[in-house]
Design a protein around this ligand. Structure first.
Ligand code: SAM
Length: 253
């Protein structure tokens, strides 16, 4: 998997992409991440990558020409047909909101281009004629697309086989499993008068699984009832949830 990031602030990417799981994934050759400076695709002495808005208004707009040129350059090895199959993503609060399912789908792409907007945003022609996807990381506005690009890279990279130690870890994660995960504990068993649940230390595998499932169900009911309404649930799950006052909506399979 190759990520090609286009940004006016390449330095933002250094530490997050060198550390932890993403850094290790790069060292092990599981992902390649190339960060290009949009400014290096400008042709005036000042390296002008942004300009005033036509029509007036506050904030500068990222110019279309260096961004088109940057994308042409990073995808120069591909034919027009191949290019059509590569996600060329614009980070934008106006885009579709990133979900785990979207990260899963993107993790299957061999190559992804991510364009980071900044200031007031990006010339509309980039959105209309260059990118084939716009992704938001949530309903709030950030100063630039660098953090959204990092969120995207991180969420996709951890789904690439071999990046996270055991695949089971990923499938048990909150959201991925359809529910929120059960609480986690580690040593010491007792700390400042707070004890880890006895059952987790009992060595009784079936009881541990049952406790975890119930904790996961009750936590999801408390915090994310919307997930529960869509989750795959067993008869035992439903019986337990009914005892907590949950009734499945009529239309749910
Ligand atoms: C200040 S924002 C511009 C917002 C723009 N004026 C608008 O109303 O849509 C600057 C850049 O940050 C990025 N950005 C900000 N919030 C984002 C979000 N929630 N998700 C993804 N990208 C975001 C985008 O690349 C955007 O072009």
């Amino acid at each position: 998997m190759i990520f090609k990031v286009l940004t006016l602030f390449p330095e933002v990417f250094q530490a997050p992409l060198e550390s932890s799981m993403v850094g290790l994934a790069r060292q092990r050759g599981l992902v390649t991440i190339e960060v290009s400076d949009i400014r290096s695709y400008t042709h005036d002495p000042h390296g002008t990558a942004d300009d005033y808005q036509f029509g007036g208004g506050p904030g500068m707009v990222l110019k279309a020409d260096p961004i088109f040129e940057a994308v042409d350059d990073v995808l120069s090895a591909h034919s027009v047909e191949q290019r059509a199959g590569i996600p060329i993503i614009l980070t934008s609060p106006q885009g579709e909101t990133l979900t785990q399912a979207m990260a899963q789908e993107l993790s299957l792409a061999p190559e992804i281009v991510i364009i980071c907007g900044h200031y007031a945003g990006v010339d509309e022609r980039v959105r209309q004629h260059l990118v084939n996807r716009e992704i938001s990381i949530g309903d709030y506005v950030l100063t630039g697309g660098e953090i959204p690009a990092l969120v995207l890279i991180d969420s996709v990279t951890r789904l690439i086989p071999g990046v996270v130690g055991s695949h089971e870890n990923i499938e048990e994660d909150s959201i991925t499993s359809g529910l929120l995960q059960h609480p986690l504990y580690t040593r010491p068993a007792e700390f400042r008068g707070m004890a880890a649940p006895e059952v987790l230390r009992s060595g009784h595998h079936a009881e541990i699984l049952k406790w975890r499932r119930r904790e996961s169900l009750s936590r999801t009911l408390e915090r994310r009832r919307d997930l529960l309404d869509k989750a795959e649930l067993t008869t035992d799950d439903l019986t337990y949830l009914r005892s907590l006052g949950y009734a499945r909506p009529e239309h749910t399979p």
